[in-house]
Each structure stands twice: as C-alpha cells, then as structure tokens.
Design a protein around this ligand. Structure first.
Ligand SMILES: Cc1cc2nc3c(=O)[nH]c(=O)nc-3n(C[C@H](O)[C@H](O)[C@H](O)COP(=O)(O)O)c2cc1C
Length: 166
C-alpha cells in the first residue's frame, strides 16, 4: 500500500482498540519528524479516556468524531525550547508523521486543527492543564476505519510551476 497516496481523513471508526505497540510505533514516527535546529520541541499526550474525549468534544466543534474513537493524540509544542518561530512547522511535521504512521498500521485518522484557533487552543490548554510555555497544536483522532471511501486524488498539474511562477 502506498501510504502517502492512501491516507485520508477518517471520521468513522469500529469499536476496535489501537494496540499499545502500534501507538508506540506511531509516537516513534512522530518523534522522527524533522524539527528546526533539532530542538524537538514537541510532546504528545495520548488520550484513551472516554470522559476526556467528551470534554474535548465539548470545546472542539469539529472534533465530534472523537466520541466514537478509541484514541486521540494531542500534539503540543514547547515555546521555550523551539528555535525561532518554527513551533507550528515542527508540530505540523510531527502531526503528519502520526497520520502516515497510523495509515501504515491500518488505522484511520484525522487531523483536528487547534493552533490558529485561539478559542480551541485556550480551551484545550486549560483542559490539559498545560504550563504557559506548552502550546496545544493539533489533535489527531485515531481508530480502525469504518469508512470505505477512497482517498481524495489531490493531483493537479496546474499547481506545478517549473523554474519560475510564469
Ligand atoms: C490544519 C488542519 C486542520 C484540520 N482541522 C480539522 C478539524 O478540525 N476537523 C476535521 O474533521 N478535519 C480537519 N482537518 C482535515 C481536513 O478537513 C482534511 O485533511 C481535508 O478535507 C482533506 O481531506 P483528506 O485529509 O481526506 O485528504 C484539518 C486538516 C488540517 C491540515
């Protein structure tokens, strides 16, 4: 399976749990993402508790799929550790690796945006009792897919330029 082309946002899941060994692999892949100046400013909160899932759903309108999912990972970045203003880029690279690792292990996943939405970010930072320097970046919801739709085909030749814009 070509995981890069097969990855898609999955918002419907079966009741199957995510195996701990798969979670560890997914987190290992997250930590293998590139980071500016190798600061590795990211950390990950793995969340299986359904009561916490309900609290997340209450503050993140676009993450309601979490109510049916066995696992979510909150990706956070340390503003005291990061090089320059690269916190979003570092955390985004880690988030994408989580999606691809989950796909490779046969799980469906979806990136729920947090950073860039002040209301969601503040609410999640409060919910997880994050210190001032730790910024909530994204929430990835993961489970065995119950969605048979094919991945979108993003190929679009008009998005490619050679050497110059025109
Ligand atoms: C920064 C970012 C924020 C996103 N936030 C949400 C979200 O809050 N809820 C959701 O269901 N999907 C969210 N998505 C997933 C997108 O809707 C999805 O990637 C897009 O529609 C393309 O579909 P695909 O992932 O299946 O290719 C987000 C994706 C990105 C990159």
């Amino acid at each position: 399976m070509d995981i890069l082309l097969e990855r898609k946002s999955v918002r419907k899941y079966t009741d199957e749990k995510v195996k701990d060994e798969d979670l560890n692999y997914i987190l290992k892949c997250a930590m293998s993402a590139p980071t500016a100046r190798n600061t590795r400013c990211y950390s990950f909160i793995a969340i299986k508790d359904k009561e916490t899932h309900k609290k997340i759903a209450a503050v993140h309108r676009a993450a309601q799929m979490i109510l049916q999912a066995p696992l979510a990972i909150l990706v956070v970045g340390d503003a005291d550790k990061v090089f320059g203003d690269y916190l979003p880029q570092d955390c985004a690279a880690a988030t994408q690796n989580i999606l691809l690792a989950a796909t490779s292990k046969g799980y469906g996943s979806v990136w729920c945006g947090v950073y860039g939405n002040e209301e969601r970010q503040t609410a999640l930072e409060k919910l997880f009792n994050l210190p001032q320097n730790i910024k909530a970046f994204s929430l990835v919801v993961i489970g065995k897919s119950a969605d048979n739709a094919p991945a979108k085909n993003g190929w679009d030749e008009t998005k490619i330029k050679y050497e110059k814009w025109q």
